[in-house]
Design a protein around this ligand. Structure first.
Ligand code: MF3
Ligand code: CO
Ligand code: CO
Length: 278
């Protein structure tokens, strides 16, 4: 199946879906504290998506080939959980780091974004991992431009992660996104610049590096979804949905509460969603 190039009209719908995904993360931020369960975070997000936004939580009952249907509306991945954590009884405790991954469907189009949150004060090591992973995501995003290659993104991310003594998860990657949750192409978070698919305006995909404090190896839990680091080292992930434009890239999952890219001043709602040239 080919990579779908979005029309201007589709891009506009993807902007709406993307902002809404970001707004769910803005909404849930204040609730992420010691004492709350991941199941409660899921319940709050589900209610916000369905009742306040009129969006559909894409994860709920999502069942790619070989998987059983995902039973919840968001993914919550705590500490050494890499991704696809299933919300449930687990109660967050002080120092936990948690990735919340939100995918909404609005008017048939998907917006997909995730951020790291701290329950109370994290350890210095945990904070550093989350910060470097945020930088990795942005370094990947900034490598997006027409005429560039997917490998430019992967190499940039891998370089920054490894320069900081971390490793990049290989088994999961970013993905094209649009009418479907996961479309072509696969966006690897490692690789070599100048290799892979050539980027064209109208392509839309996610950049969502998973970075481990220890080794890259992962394993899947018996629930059929949750991925953890094999060595039980901490793992972090950030995700934006990005469009390739005529001049560079546009981040679609920006919302008022989104953390600005590294090196910029505090978030201003006026600047949120700005188009970034190459
Ligand atoms: N949101 C994840 C991603 O970034 C996918 C989660 S699939 C689910 O691609 F079923 F676990 F929700
Ligand atoms: Co994604
Ligand atoms: Co996601």
């Amino acid at each position: 199946m080919a990579i779908h190039i979005k029309t201007a009209e589709e891009l506009q719908r993807m902007r709406v879906a993307g902002r809404l995904a970001g707004e769910v993360l803005d909404f849930i931020a204040a609730h992420v504290k010691p004492g709350i369960s991941t199941g409660e975070l899921d319940r709050l997000c589900h209610e916000y998506m369905v009742d306040a936004q009129g969006t559909i939580p894409a994860p709920l009952n999502y069942a790619p080939p070989g998987y059983k249907p995902f039973p919840k509306s968001i993914c919550t991945s705590v500490n050494h959980q890499v991704c696809h954590g299933i919300p449930g009884e687990r109660v967050l405790k002080t120092g936990d780091i948690v990735n919340i991954d939100i995918t909404v469907i609005k008017d048939g189009y998907h917006g997909d974004s995730s951020r790291m949150f701290y329950a109370g004060e994290p350890s210095i090591q945990a904070r550093r991992l989350c910060e470097v992973t945020f930088e990795c995501m942005w370094i990947g995003v900034k490598a997006v431009k027409p005429g560039g290659h997917l490998g430019d993104i992967g190499e940039a991310i891998q370089r920054h992660a490894e320069a900081n003594g971390y490793s990049v998860v290989r088994e999961f990657c970013g993905h094209g996104i649009g009418r479907r949750f996961h479309e072509e192409p696969q966006v690897l978070h490692y690789g070599r610049a100048g290799t892979g698919v050539r980027l064209e305006p109208g392509m839309i995909f996610t950049v969502e590096p998973m970075v481990n404090a220890g080794r890259a190896a992962i394993r899947e839990l018996a629930d059929g979804w949750t991925i953890v680091t094999k060595d039980h080292s901490l793992s972090a992930q950030w995700e934006h949905t990005v469009a390739v434009t005529e001049s560079g890239y546009e981040v679609l999952t920006v919302s008022a509460g989104a953390r600005p890219e590294p090196g910029t001043r505090a978030a201003s709602p006026d600047l949120a969603g700005a188009v970034h040239p190459a």
